[in-house]
Each structure stands twice: as C-alpha cells, then as structure tokens.
Design a protein around this ligand. Structure first.
Ligand code: ATP
Length: 439
C-alpha cells in the first residue's frame, strides 16, 4: 500500500483551504489585511459544525446554560478584569531588520543573548503593549467615550452570573457557556488562522462552591479531553501542559493548556483554568453589586469559584484540519470525522445524461432530507473524487448505467480507503446512517 503522510508544511493546508473555498484572506482584492481571514462556503459549514458540536456537548446538559453577550461592554469591566492594567505583552523590535517580536515567545537562547531570532541583530528594551482594540462609542471621539472590543468572551458571562442564577433556577454547581467573537491586537499573529486579531472563542465558566474547585477542575480536564478525541483528533498528537509558577495568570490557581503538535511545534488550542473567586470578587468590588451566592443546601453564602474551559473556535478548526490532512502519491484527502465534514456524501451521475441525471437527483434529494450532501456532475469521476477527498467528504455515490439498466444499485466509494462497494438504491440512506453511527 502506498505511504500516507500527515501534514508537515502549513502552506499545503493554506493552499488547500484557499483552492477549496474553506478560508480566504480578508479583503484579498485590496492586498489583504494582516491576520484577518474569511471563511468561505465550506469553511463556514465546518466551523458551524465545530460550534454546534461544542454547544451540544456543553449546553445540552442539565447543569449548563448558554448566553450571547454583547461584544461592547462597559469600560469598567476591563478595569475590573485586569485587562486595562495588565493585558499586555512585552514587545521588542530588532534594530537591524525592524521585525517585531513578543519577548516571551522568543526562543530562550535568543532571549538570554538578546538577539533577533530573524537576523541576529540587537533588540530594543521591551515595551508593554496593550492588546485591546479601542474604539469610541457615540459621535464624539474623546477619552470618556472609549470602549473596547472584548478580548475574551468570559467577562460577558461573569457580569451576567446573577442574572442567569436568578432566572434559570440553576443551583451551584452550574455553568454558563458562550460562543462569540473576541479581538486582540496581537503583536505577532500568524500561522494562518492559529493567531489572528479577530477570532471566535467557545468558553464555559463553571461556578462551584470553594473547596470543590479542584475536583471540578479534574472533571473538566477529562471532559474536554474526551470531546477532542470524539472529534477524531489523534490521541498521540494532543497533550496537557500544566502552567508552572512563572506562567500562571494573575487570577489562576491552576491552569492547563491542551496542546496539539502542529508542524510548527506543540501549541495551545484550549485552556482550562481554576480562576478562584477572582473574577466575581473583582466585579463585586468595581460595580459595588454583591456577587455572592446563597447556597440553600447548607445555608452558606460565598463568592463562587470558577473553573473555565476556554477554546478558540478557529484554532480548534485549524487543529482538526491539520490533524485530518493526509497526502498520498496521487491525492490529498482530509480524514475528517463525518460529523465535521462539510458534506457527508457526494452524488455523481457517471455522465451528464438525462437517464443518469434523473435517478441521481432522486437519490440526492432523498439523502438531502437527512444529510448535507452535494450533487456533482462535472468532469471525470477521478476529478470528482479528488475534489471531494480534498474537502473530506466521507462517501461518494456513483450512479452508472448498471444502476438504471440492470437495477444493480449504486457504487459507494470510501474516502479513506478508496474501496468501493455496490449498494441497493433503496438502502443508501440506511447505509450512510449505519456508517456514521459506527464511525
Ligand atoms: P496565547 O498564549 O497563544 O496568546 P492565551 O493563553 O492568551 O493564548 P487564552 O487567553 O487562554 O489564550 O485564550 C483561550 C483560547 O482562545 C486559546 O487557547 C486559543 O484557542 C484562543 N485564542 C486566543 N488568542 C487567539 C488568537 N489571537 N487567535 C486565535 N485564537 C486565539
């Protein structure tokens, strides 16, 4: 059997994403804008699949509620959260080649020597650079009108804790989940959609009684690991990295990154944090509104601890794409789990002739009642397979003359093995259902 290779060069994935309509550079006809990307027809399908799977796993449970908070928030929120004072990265410039780096991301050897990783030139002293995007609310551009584009979705959850607790009838322990855009004026964006200036987060904040936080932290680490594996990520390509004392954020008692082994190294794509009572405590202090919880079970009153799971939607998508990328001698394919694939199946009439088109359309419509499918009648069958392989369509169904003349069923071709089998026309829907159920 021919050798099947995994992704080794991100450019291969970027090129595939572009030629198949997954992801485009933002404002491309104007030369593009750095670190902003647009999702094309198939990219948005796949991204929606990621979001739906996350929502189903996190919110379709008795102990979590969803919300959708505004991107613009009262500016005091970002003082309370610590972002105005502390959400900054140390920025250094190379005096020679003028490249800009995040000091904390420069390879250790270079940092000690204070050398530019690009040209070996001398670096400037670090300057702290706030990552929040600022804008003005209302018609007057003055300091009093400054608002920020949220750099994380979590704060929208904290400030609604009392609202949700009062209206949802949830009792601690319970969580609040949200998916939404976040913005960071990153110093060194890059690696395609890995680090961008506008991105989406999928965050869940779980409110617990102090003293039970460590147990819940363990619980959520395991849940999140299971979720990523259930999406088909290869277990040997993910690992948990615990933050050491120097890495821990000011609010965190314990933190783990879930990392994936990209072609550019092991990188975080989700964080799990024990944030203690820092967030609600600060909002109580800055807003003057009590953020305590009255626990009926033992008549106690406390500010809840928070265990957070914080995933980037775009970064999760990138992880899934990078993990699924395979190349063989004669083709590239995405070995995506069917629940993530933009199309679950493609229907091909062997030729564009009415006697084949008519049954093909019938089968297509039948399948479309249940699955997201595509009908493709252009080009050779080989080319059509190639196209579907590259976007990760798990099955291709071909209608040929035997289907019509001999009632001999259709050919179903499997993406990963290229194996083909004949299935009766009346069994096609059931066949796919069974395949997906047992994937
Ligand atoms: P990093 O150290 O990579 O900048 P972080 O530790 O600041 O990330 P968090 O604030 O914990 O990241 O954000 C949670 C998740 O949000 C990350 O795991 C990542 O998936 C996503 N995320 C954060 N920043 C970006 C970005 N600029 N582009 C895309 N996704 C991002």
């Amino acid at each position: 059997m021919a050798e099947i290779k995994s992704l080794t060069d991100m450019q291969d994935l970027v090129a595939l994403a572009k030629r198949r309509g997954l992801v485009f550079q933002s404002s491309e006809i104007y030369g593009g804008i750095n670190a902003c990307w647009d999702y094309g027809p198939l990219g948005v399908e796949m991204k929606n699949n990621v979001k739906q799977l996350w929502w189903r796993a996190m919110v379709d449970r008795d102990d979590i509620e969803g919300i959708d908070a505004a991107i613009l928030m009262h500016p005091r929120v970002w003082e309370a959260s610590g972002h105005v004072a502390g959400f900054s990265d140390p920025l250094v410039d190379c005096k020679k080649c003028k490249q800009r780096f995040r000091e904390d991301k420069i390879h250790d050897e270079n940092r000690v020597a204070k050398k530019c990783p690009n040209c070996g030139g001398e670096l400037t002293e670090p300057r702290m650079f706030n990552l929040m995007f600022k804008t003005f609310m209302g018609p007057v551009e003055e300091d009093a009108a400054v608002v920020y584009l949220r750099p994380e979705t979590a704060q929208g959850i904290y400030v609604n804790f009392q609202n949700v607790a009062a209206t949802s009838r949830q009792k601690i322990p319970f969580g609040i989940a949200q998916i939404g855009k976040a913005f960071r004026n990153e110093i060194t964006p890059g690696n395609f959609i890995f680090r961008t200036r506008e991105f989406e987060q999928m965050e869940m904040q779980f409110f617990v009684k102090p003293g039970t936080d460590e147990k819940w932290f363990e619980y959520w680490m395991e849940e999140r690991r299971k979720w990523h594996l259930s999406n088909g990520l290869r277990a040997n390509k993910i690992r948990f990295h615990e933050h050491g004392p120097g890495e821990l954020a000011h609010y965190a008692k314990k933190a783990f990154d879930i990392e994936y082994e990209f072609p550019f190294g092991w990188q975080e794509f989700e964080g799990i944090h024990n944030r203690t009572d820092f967030d609600l405590g600060r909002h109580q202090e800055y807003s003057g509104k009590k953020q305590e919880y009255y626990d009926e079970s033992d008549k106690s009153r406390y500010i809840p601890y928070i265990v957070e799971t914080s995933a980037g939607c775009d970064r999760t998508l990138l992880t899934l794409l990078a993990d699924a990328y395979r190349s063989e001698e004669d083709r590239v394919f995405l070995a995506l789990h069917p629940k993530l694939a933009p199309y679950k199946a493609a229907v091909f009439p062997l030729m564009k002739k009415p006697e084949l088109m008519e049954p093909a359309e019938r089968i297509y419509k039948d399948l479309a009642k249940k699955f997201r499918v595509t009908l493709d009648e252009t080009g050779s069958i080989g080319k059509r397979y190639y196209r579907q392989d590259e976007i990760g369509t798990p099955f291709c169904i071909t209608i040929d003359f035997d289907t019509v003349e001999k009632n001999a069923g259709v050919t179903v071709r499997h993406r990963d093995t290229k194996e083909q089998e004949r299935i009766e026309v009346s069994r096609v829907v059931q066949y796919l259902d069974d395949q997906f159920a047992n994937w």
